[in-house]
Design a protein around this ligand. Structure first.
Ligand code: CUA
Length: 349
């Protein structure tokens, strides 16, 4: 009886699994990091191609598996039956059939795939296109807006309903820029400029992730695309064009001094004399911290942007992101100094 009840519970377990998957799928709708919930024209075309090939393959599977099952049931050897069935080897009608049908199916797949691949690879130009350069670093993303004079990190703000032409570069090793709800992935290759474009239909926040193994903390190399209405985007851009970078409290004032001595040779802040440092190939060494208070996240999109996380990061980045390149300030700065720097940075508007 025990074994029977185990059997009886299997369909129940299966049903629970299917239900759980359905519920998780429901959570994942909205702005999940999923190519199955597209939120812009590029991702929609790509999902359509995925769906077309999937349904053709499902059709082929059903026909082939159906014929196989039919043949097994209808024509299997019966006891006492010694008769050899009619041989169909070299039947030209069958040979033609299973050559022509896959050929037609491949044409049906190839035409939209080729057309859309070229359409999506075309460089977007014109007065309504916004250019953004995306540089992969171990382990953060640099976003430059040459037409707006903005350099920022890890969170790419874009106006919704606008085509964004991206130029992808790398400051060190191979990375891959991937925001599944908006577009397929494209590699950031050192010494090369790859391009892609994307667009968000509506305002919203879309999570992304580096999709090419790039070292110890590859999995910590996340990003957010923040799509905004035109007016909200302009307001965000003004935060960089007219940055509020003067310390507003005595603590922040102290923090600015600490920053100048310890941080400013790597990190730049707009509206100050802090220019940051550059790599041999001319990329910023570290994230630009202008308007830091406008960020939702810190450190490659892995931490919340609040004083507690920021202090922890300054104190020991490697504890939060293995092999992080920024040095730990544990033992170099006092606890008060770390708090002061955090106060200064959180006050940047
Ligand atoms: Cu960058 Cu993985």
């Amino acid at each position: 009886m025990a074994s029977r009840s185990r059997f009886a519970s299997r369909p129940a377990a299966l049903a629970a699994l299917v239900l759980a998957a359905g519920l998780l799928g429901a959570c994942a709708s909205g702005h999940a990091q999923s190519a199955l919930s597209p939120a812009g024209p590029v991702a929609k075309v790509e999902l359509q191609l995925i769906a077309e090939s999937l349904w053709i393959m499902v059709g082929v599977f059903v026909v082939v598996a159906g014929l196989l099952v039919f043949a097994l049931v209808r024509y299997h050897e019966r006891s006492g039956d010694q008769h050899i069935p009619k041989q169909v080897e070299g039947d030209s009608r069958l040979e033609l059939l299973w050559t022509i049908v896959p050929f037609i199916l491949l044409i049906i797949l190839a035409v939209p795939t080729f057309t859309q691949t070229f359409a999506l690879a075309a460089t977007q130009t014109g007065p309504n296109v916004l250019d953004v350069t995306v540089v992969g670093h171990q382990w953060w993303w640099q976003f430059d807006y040459p037409s707006l004079g903005i350099v920022t990190a890890d969170e790419m703000h874009i106006p919704a309903g606008t085509r964004i032409e991206l130029t992808l570069e790398s400051a060190d090793v191979l990375h891959s820029f991937w925001v599944p709800p908006l577009a397929g992935k494209e590699d950031n290759v050192p010494g090369r400029k790859n391009t892609m474009w994307l667009e968000a239909d509506q305002p919203g926040t879309f999570p992304g992730q580096c999709a090419e193994f790039c070292g110890t903390s590859h999995s910590e190399m996340r990003l957010l695309v923040v799509a905004q209405s035109a007016s909200a985007f302009t307001q965000w851009a003004q935060g960089f064009q007219q940055p509020g970078s003067q310390p507003q409290t005595p603590q922040a004032q102290d923090g600015m001094q600490v920053f100048q001595t310890n941080c400013s040779s790597c990190h730049a802040i707009g509206g100050t004399t802090f220019q940051g440092g550059q790599t041999a190939s001319g990329f910023p060494i570290a994230p630009n911290l202008t308007d830091l208070s406008a960020h939702v996240t810190l450190a490659g999109g892995t931490l919340a942007n609040d004083s507690a996380d920021l202090i922890q990061w300054i104190n020991n980045p490697q504890a939060l992101m293995p092999d992080a390149i920024m040095p730990a300030f544990q033992g170099i700065l006092t606890q008060t100094q770390e708090q002061d720097v955090a106060a200064y940075l959180e006050g940047l508007t």
